[in-house]
Design a protein around this ligand. Sequence first.
Ligand SMILES: Cc1cc2nc3c(=O)[nH]c(=O)nc-3n(C[C@H](O)[C@H](O)[C@H](O)COP(=O)(O)OP(=O)(O)OC[C@H]3O[C@@H](n4cnc5c(N)ncnc54)[C@H](O)[C@@H]3O)c2cc1C
Length: 413
Amino acid sequence: MKRRSFMKYLMSLPVLGGALKPSGASASKARPATGPKQHIVVIGAGAFGGWTALNLLRQGARVTLVDAIEAGNALSSSGGETRVIRHAYEQRIYVDMVVRALELWKESDKRWGTHLFHQKGVLFMGQERQFIDAATVHMEAAGVEIEIIQGSEISRRYPQMNPENLRWAVYEPDAGYLMARLATMAVRDAFIAEGGNFQLVTAKPGPVNNGEMGALQLHTGGSLTADQYVFACGPWLKELFPEVLGDLIKVTRQELYFFRPPASQREAFNQDLPVWAEVGSPFYYGIPGYNGEFKIGDDTRGPEVDPTTQSRAPTASGIAAVRAFMEYRFPPMKGAEMVDSRVCQYSESKDYNFIVDRHPAAENAWLVGGGSGHGFKHGPALGELIAGQVLGNRKPEATFMLSRFASLDTTHS
Ligand SMILES: Cc1cc2nc3c(=O)[nH]c(=O)nc-3n(C[C@H](O)[C@H](O)[C@H](O)COP(=O)(O)OP(=O)(O)OC[C@H]3O[C@@H](n4cnc5c(N)ncnc54)[C@H](O)[C@@H]3O)c2cc1C
């Protein structure tokens, strides 16, 4: 949606009365501390919804969390085994969020007796300096430990790699990878253990009248009423709210591949190589070692798809492209057997930033999504932020508000 049409849509909404209303604490439905607990329904138990529900509960609300399939199900964006957690970002807000999220991931591992965070180190590398220069400034300012590795030193440190065309690398010793599906299920389990109500049900938004959303319609034929509703439906969010998000989020097809390193190289790849990413176009990344496999993905956005019906089989062209890159950058992987694959989807917002805001026409409904291929790691910090906003204890974050799209004058490419 171009700036003018998005603004026109916002202005046409009765709740706004022709002016963009800030979704700040003053507009919140937060109850006084002494009153009855506010009841909030969170729709979607993925990384965003699960952590939001858990934080709402911990911040004093009565919470129902619903999911159409299951927490971390295979179709969802939080499914699959692993996700990268790194601090290297060009925007300071995400660096700070990762610092907080990592603290909370570690704390959760201790509290739950789990091993969701694996501190394997992360190596970002590339040719152009633009990304790393910006990220380095932010990481240093945020107190993140990093090591800059110059081109010639890369192959000395990582003999598994062909350093051709790599001019720089930055290593984060404190970063690594997270167990995705297991973490999403662990959050659900903690939510239930701490008193949350979890239900497996498909929910449709209720009717919007006079600036408020009414009861959710459930696939069972029943309905569910609450004080506030938080829709964290991942790649399904835009089909629930096409009038608000239709042109602001793209759901794109993403393929992942898993190779088994040759026997003579298993230690070199499974143990000695950190999580890595090569910044550029295409943008490849990988997680070596989990389950004895070398996971590799291409971050380039694929074609738009329907998350319910898209094929989950990898394409021959995708396999050929990733193999060609892998054998060039990691020569000992030549001829390695592909042992598995996975097809998922990004919910790519128009500017790559998350969406956390009220529905423009319903003060008691929140839209949460736009993970844009980098949201998983932020779950604990984002859940804290969203819960604070929904309960009226925290100011809205401008980077995540819908009104930011009004100032974007680009088409979604
Ligand atoms: C291939 C791939 C690689 C990625 N790599 C990384 C990475 O390395 N690091 C990183 O930080 N992030 C990564 N991400 C991004 C990250 O995984 C996502 O941003 C994050 O998981 C999004 O979580 P979510 O809760 O928004 O969506 P989801 O996990 O999709 O959760 C949405 C949930 O809502 C439920 N739902 C939908 N509609 C309804 C309804 N009507 N009623 C009830 N329930 C409903 C669904 O069943 C689902 O469980 C990657 C994503 C992909 C696809």
